[in-house]
Design a protein around this ligand. Sequence first.
Ligand code: CP
Length: 318
Amino acid sequence: MSGEPQSERFIWNRKHLLGLRELSREELFHIFDTAEGFKEISRRSIKKAPPLRGKVVVNLFFEDSTRTRNSFSLAASRLSADVMEFTAKTSSVSKGETLRDTARNLEAMGIDIVVIRHSAGGAPHLLSRCIDACVINAGDGYHEHPTQGLLDIFTIRELRGDMTGLKVAIVGDIAHSRVARSNIWGLHTLGAQVFLVGPPTLMPSEVGKLPVTVCHDFDAIIGQMDVMNMLRVQFERIGSTVFPSVREYTRLFGLTMNRMKRAKKDVIVMHPGPINRGLELESEVADGPNSTILRQVANGLAVRMAVLFLVNQAAAQK
Ligand code: CP
């Protein structure tokens, strides 16, 4: 693995991880180097280390999740924290309790780190202002999903080393994608060239302000790309009028075996999950040799261990 190694003297001083937009190159590399060190714990016969012993991590999820939630739970357990699982649907949120009251009541029980997923952009930022615990954003509305961005970029870095000049296409439903935004900021900071590919109706309104090249013709650029991150079409967030039909979407923007013939032989194919198989990604591609989908999930564990460790370390210094 290459990429810039961190100075041993680098001091991480953020007790919250709210987004990748505000992180510097040095901070990104420090997370990656810390994650690299934590990968070894998962190879031990007893997969446990003590850094968060006696600490309490709360998973505060107001939206469904398979990868992020379980990965944070396992990451916290691997670091010996106690983990409290909160699911909005089965909580007093259903009786009208606010986010602030919910968090402050949990904090009264003595918690150290809150991992929050919420449908409202900015919910983790609000939380960081009304509780003392560390706050980690596990996805807020269309805004950011920083640990997904980190694990995606960590995976690219593992395979390619230096990001400078690397061409990364983020394809599909950009407008509703917090994954896209975190990837854009992190990749841009590390010197990659980001291409957003999709229909105009699935581009965000602020696209002109993002450090990206926009393209509506996938076939025109596919042959130049080093990485293609295929986004899920988020049917739960979009109306039925953003593209004419599922078949039309797949014809223009789906990654099929046929379209892969135009790509570089060693192109990295990513997807944050869950996949709409046969829509944005053909199964043969998702399960094929260029796919890093399960590697991303495995790396997510080490990245989340690193983030939990670092925010706790920063809180202890304050
Ligand atoms: N990639 C991702 O956030 O997946 P989940 O919604 O399953 O957490």
